[in-house]
Design a protein around this ligand. Structure first.
Ligand code: 4AD
Ligand code: MG
Length: 430
C-alpha cells in the first residue's frame, strides 16, 4: 500500500511503500541506515543485509544522496526519532540516480546555499521553517474566517504609494507609470467600507537599500482592516491574532519546532494581553539605558527596538508615535495631535517589528490637509478621499509581516530563510 511519511502512524506493523528521496545514509557491511524524506517529513529506513535479498542490500549500499526511490517495508515504533516511527526495509526500487548532489552533509557557506536555494529547500531545517510558515498562513485564514472577516485581494500593480514614495518599484503600465504595491492598505480601507471586516494576504515590494536580517525586497503581508473599530479595538484584535498563530504552531508543528531546537517554553508564554509602552516612555527608557543618540521625534532603529523588547517576555506594543514620523493617513490623538493613534508590535528575542498599524483619519477636511502637506495629487489618490466623503466611519487596520513573524516563531536568525525564494538587495535568483 502506498502512503506518505506523515501518515505512517496509521500503518504500525504493516507493510507500505513510500516514494522518497535519500537525504543521507550510513552503512556498514551488515546494515544500512537510510534517512528518507518524501516532502511530508523525514524518516529512517533500516536495511539489514541478513533479512533482505542481495540486490536490495547492494542497492542500499550504493544509493547516492538525493536519488529518488520507492521504498517498501514494515512500519515499526522508534522512540528515538521525533517522528516516533521507522521502516524495516524489505524492498527498494531506484527511480532516478542523483549524481554529485552539491549540498553535502558538511557545512556550506550561506552564499553557496543561497545560490542553491532550489535544492537547499529540501534540507531538514529549511523544510521545518517552510512548514511553520505554512501553518502561520493556515492559522491566519482560520482566525480571520472564524472572526467574521472577508478576504479581499488588493491589486499588485498600483498608481499610488501607501507608505511613502522613496521605496517604490517603478514600472511602465502601457503609457502610464505604475508601481508594485508596498501595502494594500488604501484598497483595504475601501473594502472595509464595503464589507466591514476584511483581510488581505499578498506579496508587497519595497526597494529598500537595507541589508539587514529583517529586510526583504519582496515580502508577504497580512493586512486586516476594520470598520467601526478604534485604535484600542485594533490592539486587542492584534494580540488575539498573534497569540492564536503562536498556539497553532505549538499545537501543529511539534516535529518542526523540535528539528529547529526552538525553545518552546518561550512561545508558550505568548498569550493575550501584550504589554504596551508609549513612544514617550520608550524614549525615556532608552535614555535611561544610555542611548544618547535618541531624542523625542527620532525613529527607533533595530538596537532600540531590541533594547525595549528585552524587558518583556511577550511582544510589546509601542504606541503613539510622533505624527511627523508616521504615514499621512494615521489619525492624530484628539488630546494630543502631535502624536498619532498607532502602534508597532515588537517581537521578543530581538526579531524586531512584526506589525505596524493605526486608526485612520476619517475626517475629510483633515485628510485634504494631509494631501497638501504630503503633495499627494492626481487621480491615483482622489478615490481614497471619497471614502471620507460618503459615510465615513472610525476604522483601523494593521499589517503583519509574514517573514519576520515566521523568523521569530521558528527561531530563525535571518528572514531570508523564511521565504522559499528570497529577493534580497543583491539577489534575484534562483
Ligand atoms: O509598518 P509597515 O510599513 O506598515 C504598512 O505597510 C501599513 N500600511 C500596514 C497596514 O496598516 N495595513 O509594514 C508592516 C509590516 C512591518 O511591521 C514588518 O513586519 C513588515 O511589514 N515589513 C517587512 N518585512 C520584511 N522586509 C521588509 N523590507 C519589510 N518592511 C515591512
Ligand atoms: Mg512599520
Amino acid at each position: 500500500m502506498k502512503t506518505t511519511i506523515d501518515q505512517v502512524y496509521k500503518h504500525l506493523d504493516n507493510d507500505v511503500t513510500i516514494g522518497a528521496w535519500l537525504a543521507n545514509k550510513r552503512s556498514s557491511g551488515k546494515i544500512a541506515f537510510l534517512q528518507l524524506r518524501d516532502g511530508t517529513g523525514f524518516m529512517q529506513g533500516v536495511v539489514v543485509k541478513a533479512e533482505v535479498e542481495e540486490e536490495v542490500f547492494e542497492l542500499a549500499k550504493k544509493l547516492t544522496q538525493e536519488s529518488s526511490i520507492y521504498v517498501t517495508g514494515t512500519i515499526v515504533k522508534d522512540e528515538r526519532s521525533p517522528l516516533g516511527y521507522e521502516m524495516q526495509v524489505k524492498g527498494l526500487e531506484l527511480i532516478h540516480e542523483a549524481v554529485d548532489y552539491p549540498i553535502t552533509p558538511k557545512n556550506h557557506g550561506t552564499e553557496f546555499l543561497m545560490d542553491h536555494r532550489h535544492l537547499w529547500l529540501r534540507s531538514k531545517r529549511q523544510h521545518a521553517i517552510m512548514k511553520i510558515r505554512n501553518e502561520v498562513i493556515r492559522a491566519t485564514y482560520e482566525f480571520f474566517n472564524t472572526n467574521g472577516f472577508a478576504k479581499i485581494d488588493p491589486p499588485i500593480l498600483t498608481g499610488a504609494s501607501a507608505e511613502g514614495t522613496t521605496e517604490l518599484f517603478h514600472t511602465k503600465y502601457f503609457e502610464e507609470d505604475a508601481y508594485l504595491s508596498q501595502s494594500g492598505q488604501l484598497y483595504m480601507e475601501a473594502a472595509a467600507m464595503a464589507f466591514g471586516k476584511v483581510f488581505s494576504f499578498g506579496p508587497t515590494f519595497r526597494a529598500e537599500k537595507s541589508k539587514t536580517r529583517r529586510h526583504l525586497i519582496e515580502f508577504w503581508m497580512i493586512e486586516p482592516e476594520m470598520a467601526f473599530m478604534d485604535h484600542e479595538d485594533s490592539l486587542q484584535l492584534q494580540e488575539q491574532y498573534v497569540a492564536y498563530v503562536v498556539k497553532s504552531v505549538l499545537d501543529n508543528c511539534k516535529i518542526e519546532l523540535n528539528t529547529l531546537e526552538r525553545d518552546v517554553a518561550k512561545l508558550e508564554k505568548i498569550t493575550a494581553p501584550f504589554p504596551r509602552i508609549t513612544y514617550d516612555d520608550a524614549v525615556a527608557f532608552l535614555k535611561d539605558k544610555g542611548f544618547d543618540d535618541i531624542e523625542w521625534g527620532d525613529d527607533f532603529g533595530a538596537p532600540h527596538e531590541t533594547a525595549i523588547a528585552e524587558s518583556y517576555e511577550k511582544p510589546v506594543f509601542i504606541t503613539h508615535y510622533p505624527t511627523e514620523l508616521k504615514a499621512f493617513y494615521m489619525k492624530p490623538d484628539p488630546n494630543r495631535p502631535e502624536v498619532v493613534l498607532c502602534a508597532d508590535l515588537i517581537a521578543p528575542e530581538g526579531y524586531g517589528e512584526i506589525i505596524g498599524g493605526s486608526q485612520r483619519i476619517d475626517d475629510l477636511e483633515l485628510m485634504e490637509q494631509r494631501y497638501e502637506e504630503h503633495d499627494l495629487t492626481g487621480p491615483a489618490y482622489q478615490w481614497y478621499l471619497e471614502l471620507r466623503k460618503y459615510g465615513s466611519v472610525p476604522h483601523s487596520g494593521f499589517g503583519l509581516g509574514l517573514e519576520r513573524t515566521v523568523a521569530w516563531i521558528s527561531g530563525t536568525e535571518h528572514v531570508r530563510e523564511t521565504i522559499p525564494f528570497p529577493r534580497l538587495l543583491n539577489r534575484l535568483y534562483p
